[in-house]
Design a protein around this ligand. Sequence first.
Ligand code: 13P
Length: 251
Amino acid sequence: MNEKIVIANWKMHGTRVSNHKLINDLLPALQGMDGVKVAICPPMPYLAQLADLLGDTTIALGAQNISERAQGAFTGEVSGQMLADLGCGYALVGHSERRSLYGETDAQVAMKFEAALRAGLIPVLCLGETIYQRRAGNTNAVIGSQLKAVLEQVGIEQLAKGVIAYEPVWAIGTGETASPEQAQAVHQHIRHSLAAKNPRLAARMPLLYGGSVKAENAAQLFAQKDIDGGLIGGASLDADAFGTICQAARI
Ligand code: 13P
């Protein structure tokens, strides 16, 4: 079984004061988390604050997005090198909110994945289908084509340096979680697709589930064979809930 990874995606929430309180409340709940890697992705302007707050802890820092470019005249963008300079270890790429609200394409996501690796970051590749795609029976095809774009860009050896997060769009922020069986089925499909390229790397690839993970359902999801942890949105803003979710990953 792979080591579990739990990543908080704070999305566009927080202030300097509330971030400080959340981390102070969270640290006691995250004591003794041997065998679980925990990372927090705050909004970009707070990365430096979080780097300070997390400095002496084992909790890693991550970014919610990354530019596909290395540097230059790209107003508003943040490069991988800058993220690494700020102490990030992870960068989310291709979150469904970036894909649907900001028009990120599969090709752009693949370039972001590569940019993160180039900067020494661990890219967390987010994949997921909409409810219409699921109802039409296209879940595996959609996930497959999102994955293929990155595989074609970087190859299986480079892909395996990252993390994959399956986040069904219909489960994000809706309170409607994929059942452990639904999530496991997609995770198994992802692992099988990777195994066709390289079985050894596929077995070790961390596959996280995201989409309305809560304190109440985390343990059941994490108990599935191919679920290696979670990418947590709303519940990561609550110290008790996120602490319980991280503890659930230890079992
Ligand atoms: P929720 O946990 O709020 O559903 O968000 C999931 C998510 O998008 C994490 O990246």
